[in-house]
Design a protein around this ligand. Structure first.
Ligand code: PLP
Length: 384
């Protein structure tokens, strides 16, 4: 019997992580110091992008990305109904309208076959926010071939997929966040994600103009860069050139991020092993449908589709196993219903929601714990 609670996801903080944070606490900079730049450079390298901008969390990363792309009131943006609400909310922050588009039954990603019809139907669509859901990378090469015809930008929400990739039409690996096809890619460092800093986020891009704009927006729209100033009264002088925010990530958390990033590849390997064990355990179980994934999956979540989901969820909870549902379709949230969206709009997403269950997957999940989870799922179905 395993007594410790087993959540669906969990951070891992090592002694080295703690020491890195302590040494930053003892340094001259708690924020706006060298650890920010060091984390940005290391992260950009990890995902294969030119530029990275560290921000206060994934939601701020989405908000700033939409701002940087100059969304105007009334402009429309497409996203998936199966995502965390922040992927849609960022559009609302900027006065835009959210359009959802249904998911693909097998991958649970936004269905690329449906995107072109939507773009054809409405010329006020300015962008799309695809989500690398559960760790499955969106084929942004194919998406860009579609969106380019309609002058539409792409912000890839890769919160679930640092270290993930897809294989492009030439057979090459395209890492999530390398932004070869997306204008901007965003990440979160919330404790349930691959890299945990408490709160934290990152935007990656290869576009220098967007990068410069994000740097400005992150700190109130203020610059001290003498090459950008309209006037110069002395070395204290700065200008506020845009309406920006304080969306900075402090050095304390960037130090933690740098340390966590060093283990990111090893952690991803552990996630793969856990996923493989589940695949094998449930291969012949008629009550449990295992997920389909493409090469390059980052295994943020391991989602099974099951019968009697509520019963199983409650049974596992009684055994101290805390599964989760990712996600309640965003268009069915009361806020989005008030804006005119309704149940029934995206049947594939809604059908998926009625059966999905995210079971524990995180690098420190032990073999014994995982076997306990598998055993309990099997026992539940043996009993009913
Ligand atoms: C976690 C998450 C976010 C938001 O990130 P925060 O850091 O919690 O603000 C956005 N999109 C997706 C898909 C996420 O999983």
């Amino acid at each position: 019997m395993i007594l410790n609670p087993i959540p669906y996801g969990k951070q891992h903080i090592s002694d080295e992580d703690i020491n890195e944070v302590i040494s930053t606490l003892r340094s001259d900079f708690l924020t706006q110091g060298p650890k920010v730049i060091e984390f940005e450079e290391a992260f950009a390298k990890y995902v294969g992008a030119k530029y990275a901008v560290a921000v206060s969390n994934g939601t701020a990363a989405l908000h700033m990305s939409v701002l940087a792309l100059d969304l105007k009131t009334g402009d429309k943006v497409i996203t998936s109904p199966i995502t965390f609400v922040a992927s849609a909310n960022c559009v609302r922050y900027c006065g835009g309208e959210v359009l959802f588009s249904d998911i693909d039954k097998k991958s649970f990603l936004i269905d690329l076959d449906k995107i072109e019809d939507l773009l054809l139907s409405d010329s006020s669509i300015k962008g799309i926010i695809p989500v690398d859901f559960a760790g499955n990378a969106v084929d942004v090469e194919r998406l860009k071939q579609i969106t380019d015809k309609y002058n539409c930008w792409i912000i890839e929400d890769a919160c679930h997929a640092p270290g993930g990739f897809f294989i492009d039409s030439k057979g090459s690996k395209q890492l999530c966040g390398n932004s070869n096809f997306s204008d901007l890619t965003i990440f979160s460092f919330h404790p349930v994600k691959h890299i945990a800093t408490g709160e934290g986020g990152m935007i990656t891009t290869n576009n220098k103009a967007l990068y410069d704009k994000l740097i400005l927006l992150r700190t109130h729209g203020i610059t001290k860069d003498s090459s950008l100033l309209n006037e110069n009264h002395g070395s204290w002088y700065y200008e506020m050139q845009e309406l920006g925010y304080n969306h900075r990530m402090p050095d304390i958390l960037c130090a933690l991020g740098i340390s966590q990033l060093k283990r990111a590849s090893a952690s991803l390997e552990k996630r793969k092993v856990i996923a493989k064990n589940y695949d094998i355990a449930f291969a012949n179980n008629p009550n449990v449908k295992t997920p389909k994934y493409f090469e390059g999956h980052a295994f943020h979540l391991y989602i099974i589709e099951v019968k009697n989901r509520l019963g199983l969820y409650n049974y596992l909870k009684s055994k101290n196993i805390f599964t989760q549902i990712h996600y309640i379709p965003v268009h069915t949230m009361p806020y989005y219903k008030k804006l005119g969206h309704k149940v029934g709009d995206y049947p594939v997403a809604e059908e998926y929601y009625s059966n999905c269950l995210s079971i524990p997957i995180y690098p420190t999940l032990t073999y014994e714990e995982q076997m306990f989870v598998i055993e309990q799922i099997e026992q539940y179905y043996a009993k009913i």
